[in-house]
Design a protein around this ligand. Structure first.
Ligand SMILES: [Zn+2]
Length: 435
């Protein structure tokens, strides 16, 4: 088969018989390609015996990749052969090629093209529109592709667990009471923090049960490989890890701890404004004007900015509670900085004591709660200080998860969405050539 038109068409095992110019549906001109297998024989798929006896001919119209700007259609002139082997149960068979298997209405190269387009981040609907193929067909081929390239997750030494919200919050009316309740759907993500496994999997909800079930599905040998688990400070996750991975060390993510201190500080500021001004904060209020500066780390404020913020609050916030909460936040940050500084145990104990007693002596309810939380999470916080492990990469994965989920907005089916999200997050890992 060395005819130049066949070479240009480029489908293995296929010869181009003729190309003609035809009027397309809309009156536009298009091209019609007639193809066939060049051999005048075929092997029976049942017994393997070669037959040259043609019983009948049929023409099928497989959809193929577009080529050039004008529409292109394909007519495949297929033959049905009679199987002459007396011992074979099959009396007749239709010839087929790898790119167009029996009963296929779409060529293999078109299927691969749409699968790659979806895998690269486009929506199933958009790819379907471009190639004029239905949603189920495009999705089916994407799923085949994704399942082939997605590896079974390898057990990581350090496992990261966190949550992402799936879609927007919804309001659901309870028909019996007539009350509306706000519901949010969450997914729990399992991420490889030590290796290159990327997003290992997702489970519906953010409950301990979701975590336990997902881990137990992996099996004993898998679970035994996990040495450390980084989580958000959520009690249900901690309980679940203690149950499913009793040997693993739990590390609480320090960004979330700093965020808790920031929330306590904001709560104090809003309460002070309410108590002393009888309203919500306004731009003219010094504490409101400084609200973002307060949350920034001390070392990220210039001397000038810091002095102005400090003096503003000394002069105008007479209870001193906002500055007390700010110092509590900085004390917690200094305690957590022991991880970076590889501080000895004596320094860690000293800073912990300083933070806890500062909160306790303040008598500010928000700071007492903060101190209780840190105390309740002390083993996991200390595990962060000694290992330095954070969920930061999980947060990076979160962005990928959200991007992929946004494109896959049409997915009602969670398995489909998870496959899609996992592929997006594992993409870089898959594409990295072996070093
Ligand atoms: Zn046969």
């Amino acid at each position: 088969m060395n005819d130049s038109t066949s070479i240009l068409f480029g489908m293995p095992e296929i010869a181009v018989v003729d190309v003609e110019r035809v009027a397309d549906d809309g009156g536009k001109s298009g091209r019609l390609v007639h193809i066939e297998r060049p051999e005048d024989w075929a092997a029976c798929p049942e017994c393997g015996v070669i037959s040259t006896s043609v019983r009948q001919r049929r023409t099928t119209r497989p959809r193929d990749l577009p080529y050039g700007e004008e529409p292109i259609r394909v007519h495949w002139h297929k033959r049905q052969f009679a199987c002459k082997e007396p011992l074979c149960a099959r009396k007749a068979f239709t010839e087929a090629v790898a790119e167009i298997p029996p009963r296929a209405r779409v060529t293999g190269r078109l299927c691969r093209a749409v699968a790659h387009q979806v895998a690269s981040g486009r929506s199933v609907a958009a790819v379907g529109r471009q190639y004029r193929l239905g949603w189920p067909l495009v999705h089916r081929h994407f799923a085949i592709h994704a399942d082939a390239v997605l590896p079974e997750p390898e057990p990581p030494h350090v496992l990261g667990i966190d949550e992402t919200r799936r879609g927007r919050p919804q309001w659901i009316k309870n028909e019996a009471t007539g009350r509306w309740t706000r519901t949010e759907l969450f997914e729990t993500n399992f991420v490889d923090l030590s290796g290159s496994g990327g997003l290992l999997g997702q489970a519906a909800g953010r409950t301990g049960k979701a975590v336990v079930d997902w881990l137990n599905t992996r099996g004993h040998a898998w679970k035994n490989q996990v040495r450390l688990v980084a989580i958000d400070p959520a009690a249900c996750y901690r309980t679940a890890i203690k149950q499913a991975l009793p040997h693993a060390v739990i590390v609480v993510d320090h960004f979330h701890l700093v965020a808790l201190a920031g929330k306590a500080l904001t709560a104090v500021r809003q309460r002070i404004t309410r108590e002393h001004r009888g309203r919500r904060g306004r731009a003219a209020d010094p504490e409101w004007a400084n609200r973002r500066r307060l949350l920034r780390g001390r070392e990220r404020l210039s001397e000038r900015t810091f002095t102005r913020m400090w003096n503003d609050l000394i002069d105008h916030e007479l209870t001193g509670q906002i500055l007390t909460a700010w110092i509590a936040k900085e004390e917690l940050r200094s305690l957590l900085a022991c991880a970076r500084e590889q501080a000895p145990r004596s320094v860690i104990s000293h800073r912990l004591h300083r933070f806890l007693s500062w909160c306790a002596d303040s008598d500010i309810p928000e700071l007492l709660t903060l101190a209780e939380t840190i105390d309740a999470w002390w083993p996991e916080t200390l595990a962060f200080i000694t290992t330095g492990i954070t969920n930061a990469r999980t947060e990076g994965t979160n962005r990928l998860i959200k991007d992929a989920a946004r494109v896959a907005f049409g997915f009602r089916n969670l398995t489909n969405q998870r496959r899609r999200v996992r592929l997006a997050c594992t993409h870089q890992t898959i594409n990295v050539p072996a070093a």
